[in-house]
Write a protein that binds this ligand. Structure first.
Ligand code: CP3
Length: 341
């Protein structure tokens, strides 16, 4: 097995820096678009054999891991909040949470039953990877999931989410407990189905002040990583816009923290502490720059990582749909070559 990713996440020496990309399976790849012309996103996620096929598509780019093809919103439907993906709008929740008592209606699910197709997708992807590359499982973090439940879709200011958090602290607490329970169970079930690593996506948490993060969110995320300790697989804690939250995120028992490009890499790692691994942090827009500028940006990140054990190269947020897969492959090769120990 190519175990660079696992070794880096455990801060063990590697032959070169491992690379994978958030959203590495997706619309920028022609072979993904071919599948999407036959199935909707949710149909791909419902069919384990299609899930596995899409999960493995980025292998040809030379990446050091595959990430399960799924979506952070999948647990919300069986919990009682169905949603769909509308063209140009992103996710739309059909019954967003509006009042405090709506939280009581949310069902606590057993992912092994309600999301058995996702777990079958993990098992099939593992089988098809045949031990060549590690498989990353994932889930959305409670704040980011709550933001979709409360906003009903994407949001600019997260006003409904923040109002609910401040006006209904008891219902917010119940919501966080329910979501954290489901998320931890789902991640553990993915590990038991074969995931070698799991990543928690708290994509929108950077919207919060450090005070509100530590008061309303952090204890629940700490609890999730605490539960994951029992399985002893590496874990990644990712968010964006987290420069002022990193010191608090670092108190969670994750193996690694994901950094976006707004935080200089070396400063970010110092803030997190060198006893954790770090993932990041190229601006995904740099994949549109002329090759010499793209490679220079990658080299700056590698220089800031300074050859220290525990760096996983990635973008600071998902690959954009307009990206050229040829550039992605060239970047993977460049990082591997430049980081050779
Ligand atoms: O390759 C991978 O990274 C695995 C697949 C993956 C998807 N969603 C498939 C998907 C992953 C890891 C996710 C996570 C996810 N989903 C997040 C966290 C990561 C992040 O980007 O911050 C979030 C916030 C979501 C919710 C979500 N799903 C949104 C906001 C959208 C619409 C965005 C858009 O570009 O239209 C989705 C849809 C979605 N999930 C797509 C993919 C490939 C694109 C739609 C499509 O193919 O039709």
């Amino acid at each position: 097995m190519n175990d660079r990713l696992l070794r880096a996440l455990r801060r063990e020496p590697v032959d070169c820096t491992p690379v994978w990309f958030m959203r590495q399976a997706g619309r920028y790849m022609a072979e993904y678009r071919a599948i999407r012309s036959k199935y909707t996103l949710l149909e791909i996620c419902d069919r384990p054999e299609v899930t596995a096929e899409v999960t493995l598509q980025p292998v040809r780019l030379g990446v050091d891991a595959c990430i399960l093809f799924a979506d952070i919103l999948l647990p919300l439907a069986p919990m009682g909040c169905p949603f769909s993906f509308e063209k140009g709008e992103g996710p739309v929740l059909h019954k967003p949470i509006v009042k405090a008592s709506d939280v009581d209606e949310l069902r606590l699910i057993d992912p092994r039953e309600s999301l058995s197709h996702v777990l079958e997708g993990v098992r099939l992807s593992k089988r098809e990877l045949a031990g060549k590359l590690p498989l990353i499982g994932f889930a959305g973090a409670p704040f980011t999931l709550a933001s979709y439940l409360l906003e009903g879709g994407k949001s600019a200011h997260f006003l409904k989410t923040k109002r609910f958090m401040i006006e209904h602290p008891e219902a917010w607490e119940k919501l966080m407990v329910k979501l954290s329970t489901v998320v931890a169970d789902l991640l553990i079930a993915q590990i038991d189905a074969g995931a070698d690593v799991v990543q928690l996506f708290d994509s929108w948490v950077g919207q919060l002040s450090p005070h509100d993060y530590t008061t309303y969110v952090l204890p629940h995320v700490q609890g999730i990583f605490e539960k994951l300790q029992a399985r002893n697989v590496p874990t990644i804690h990712f968010g964006t816009g987290t420069a002022t939250l990193l010191e608090h995120m670092a108190t969670c028992k994750s193996s690694a923290v994901g950094l976006d490009w707004r935080m200089p890499f070396a400063k970010g790692w110092e803030t997190i502490g060198h006893e954790k691994a770090v993932q990041g942090n190229l601006d995904p827009c740099m994949l549109f720059a002329p090759p010499e500028k793209l490679f220079a940006a990658a080299d700056r990140i590698l220089a800031e990582a300074g050859g220290r054990n525990g760096h996983v190269f990635n973008v600071g947020h998902g690959i954009l749909p307009e990206t050229d897969p040829g550039v992605v492959k060239a970047l993977v090769d460049h990082v591997h070559e430049r980081s050779k120990r």
